[in-house]
Design a protein around this ligand. Structure first.
Ligand code: P1T
Length: 384
């Protein structure tokens, strides 16, 4: 089945009791049993819910995997993966990644004796060098949030396989429409479904997809034991979002390319971070493992002051100043004070995330309007 068809039909089955074409929102906490232990396969909604199951099937289909699991948020999905580990185990993670993932690793799981090494994953040797007898997991994010660095999923997967490590890819920025890490050798794909999967900025949710049944069973046990499950209404919203994922990602990518080129040509802009540029260090790998480059872009102005950044951030009209990304509407964000504020400044600067970096989540509006909005805000910034 071709992709466009998959997005519409994944996980969709007419409701067995009514024939409803859309999966009903099974808003229930429990299910009546005929006798103790005699039931219809549903006992309690933390463990089983038909709306969630439809979504989990859809997640597996669109990520080209066998099993999907949905969680109450992206960080809850990441939290479940970390609970596969035990004290003393070591994780190699990207030095540039979502600030909330860094916070979960460095402030929560390191308290429980898990050791994290942060490396630039653009160079495979950096990963090999960190592997020892305690290493259990490689945590990859590509493209990274917010610097748009690219990691070679195939290359890292072969290192993970050689050393018997679990490899997980946070695929939030690309979405399954642009990149399918399981097909490139990863063991687990993680998503903040809050973003492109939901697509409309109206839900918080996380997702995992994998091929290995034992790994699925272990993660399902963690999902039900720790309880970070999404509600049925949220599952319905993400199922609905997935139907338009393919077509939305085409438009996000077209608009992203138009804006990246506009910014690069603008004399007030110092640097644009976007893997679609031929001189981006990860361009060849991105071209090889992604179908397109998506709608995420970061940039810095030549006027490298906080005041200039603040003026720009408060003067766009179509780009709303907000955390999050991947919705149909465009957002503008200041990582240093917003999404990545939990990373200590020294660490941030060392990894290339400056105080004045600006991140865009380019929506699916008309590109001309978006460019005019940015152009106007940049002009106000340089003349103020
Ligand atoms: O917000 P939540 O659904 O829990 O997802 C966390 C998360 C995980 N991974 C990546 C790459 C992410 O970008 C996020 C959430 N990010 C933002 C809220 C943001 O604005 O960057």
């Amino acid at each position: 089945m071709k992709r466009a068809t998959k997005y519409i039909h994944a996980g969709s089955h007419p409701d067995p009791s009514t024939g409803a074409i859309m999966t009903p929102i099974y808003q229930t906490s429990t299910y009546v049993q005929d006798a103790p232990g005699v039931n219809k396969g549903y006992e309690y909604a933390r463990s089983q819910n038909p709306t969630r199951e439809a979504l989990e099937e859809a997640l597996a289909v669109i990520e080209e995997g066998k099993y999907g699991l949905a969680f109450g948020s992206g960080v809850a999905a990441t939290d479940a993966i970390m609970k596969l580990l035990k004290p003393g185990d070591e994780v190699i993670a990207a030095s540039d990644m979502y600030g909330g993932t860094y916070r979960l690793f460095s402030k929560i799981f390191s308290k429980f004796g898990i050791v994290f090494h942060y490396v630039d994953m653009g160079i495979l040797q950096n990963i090999e060098e960190r592997i020892n007898n305690h290493t259990k997991l490689i945590w990859v994010e590509t493209p990274t949030n917010p610097l748009m660095n690219i990691a070679d999923i195939r290359g890292i997967a072969s290192i993970a396989q050689k050393h018997g490590l679990i490899m997980c890819v946070d695929n939030t920025f690309a979405s399954p429409a642009l990149q399918n890490p399981l097909s490139l050798g990863a063991d687990i794909v993680m998503h903040s479904a809050t973003k492109y999967l939901g697509g409309h900025s109206d839900v918080i949710q996380g997702a995992l997809v994998m091929n290995d049944k034992a790994l699925r069973d272990e993660l399902y046990f963690i999902q039900k034991s720790c309880g970070a499950v999404p509600g049925p209404m949220d599952c319905f919203l993400v199922l609905r979002g997935i139907k338009t994922l393919g077509i939305r990602m085409e438009r996000h990518s077209q608009n992203g390319a138009a804006i990246a080129h506009f910014l690069r040509a603008n004399p007030a802009v110092k640097k644009v971070y976007w893997p679609g540029f031929e001189d981006h260090p990860g361009h060849e790998i991105a071209k090889n493992q992604m179908k397109d480059f998506g709608g995420m872009i970061s940039f810095e102005l030549k006027l490298d002051t906080m005041e200039a950044a603040r003026t720009l951030l408060s003067n766009t009209k179509l780009f709303s100043l907000a955390e999050s990304l991947g919705g149909v509407e465009s957002l503008i964000n200041h990582p240093a004070s917003m999404t990545h504020a939990s990373i200590p400044r020294d660490e941030r600067i060392k990894n290339g995330l400056s105080d004045t970096l600006i991140r865009l989540s380019v929506g699916i509006e008309d590109a001309e309007d978006l460019i005019a909005d940015l152009d106007h805000a940049i002009q106000l910034t340089v003349t103020s």
